[in-house]
Design a protein around this ligand. Structure first.
Ligand SMILES: Nc1ncnc2c1ncn2[C@@H]1O[C@H](COP(=O)(O)OP(=O)(O)OP(=O)(O)O)[C@@H](O)[C@H]1O
Ligand SMILES: [Mg+2]
Length: 268
């Protein structure tokens, strides 16, 4: 995707701000609904594609309040995974400002970003990124080992039970199905009780029943623990359960109304 800034000039930067619609706000009553957990302004990402520069994100605006659940939709290749990586501080923007928990993430080095994330941010990767030589249990334990809660094996085991993998704790990733690996990745993202979870197509590899159970779990945590959720999905039914839906196109986010049909019938 390549385009000039003129082509996106008609898009308002205000449109991805938290909704002031009372029906939306009422879904997050007891959570500090007005304090942004994450704030991005004029965020841009360019990468090299051979000789050419490829613009993936361009002057993107996003502000997410504590306790909100936000769905991000968009066509394959629109830049959703790139955006999630930037918002979580796993990658660096080419330009723009980004604050996470009130800290200027865009101006921190890798170590600073990692220590800001530690224990507070969970990430479910689209391709899981489990460590191949570690068992399911060891993979889930890893974020705890990097926090003051090192050695809480019981907590990791409880999370695996919660995602239905109590019988698979000692399996290596290659001994697990795609959907089982996805559930290990979800347990790993939640094991530290993070304030903010990014999930890149968290139900992409799950059958409808298992997917529904995992989604119920995500929203229970969002409701009960006040965990802020930022989800990338092509599933309109999942998107409709979020407080807010945004569509990524031409490098920017715009409000989006998911279809009432189960999976939208579109290419989002
Ligand atoms: N490091 C990179 N170098 C070159 N191109 C890249 C790089 N990272 C991403 N891209 C390109 O940027 C575009 C956006 O990729 P991204 O993975 O963010 O899309 P996506 O919206 O998550 O797609 P999908 O729905 O298929 O997962 C793609 O065209 C991809 O090829
Ligand atoms: Mg992706």
């Amino acid at each position: 995707m390549s385009y000039s800034s003129d082509q996106s000039a008609h898009l308002s930067v205000n449109d991805a701000r938290p909704s002031t619609d009372t029906s939306t706000v009422s879904k997050v009553p007891h959570k500090q609904a007005h304090q942004p957990v994450l704030h991005a302004e004029k965020l841009s990402k360019q990468v090299k594609s051979g000789e050419r520069a490829l613009t993936i994100l361009h002057d993107l605006y996003l502000s997410v309040a504590a306790g909100e659940s936000v769905a991000i939709l968009g066509k394959s290749g629109a830049g959703k995974s790139t955006l999630l990586g930037l918002l979580a501080g796993l990658d660096t923007p080419s330009d723009g400002e980004l604050t996470l928990f009130g800290q200027p993430l865009s101006r921190m080095d890798e170590d600073g970003r990692a220590s800001l994330r530690a224990g507070r941010v969970g990430f479910v990767f689209q391709n899981f990124q489990l460590l191949p030589t570690l068992s399911a249990l060891e993979n889930v334990l890893l974020p705890l080992e990097l926090s003051p809660r090192a050695g809480e094996t019981q907590t990791a085991a409880q999370w695996l039970e919660r995602v239905g993998l109590g019988e698979r704790m000692e399996h290596l990733p290659k001994q697990l199905s795609g959907g089982e690996q996805q559930r290990v990745a979800i347990a790993r993202a939640f094991v530290t009780d993070p304030e903010l979870v990014f999930a890149d197509e968290p139900t992409g590899n799950l059958d409808p029943d298992t997917g529904a159970q995992i989604i119920d779990l995500l929203f229970t945590l969002n409701r009960e623990a006040g965990t802020t959720l930022i989800l990338v999905t092509h599933d309109h039914a999942l998107a409709r359960r979020c407080d807010r839906c945004l569509r990524l196109a031409d490098g920017q986010l715009m409000p989006f109304e998911p279809s009432a049909a189960a999976n939208g019938g579109g290419d989002e």
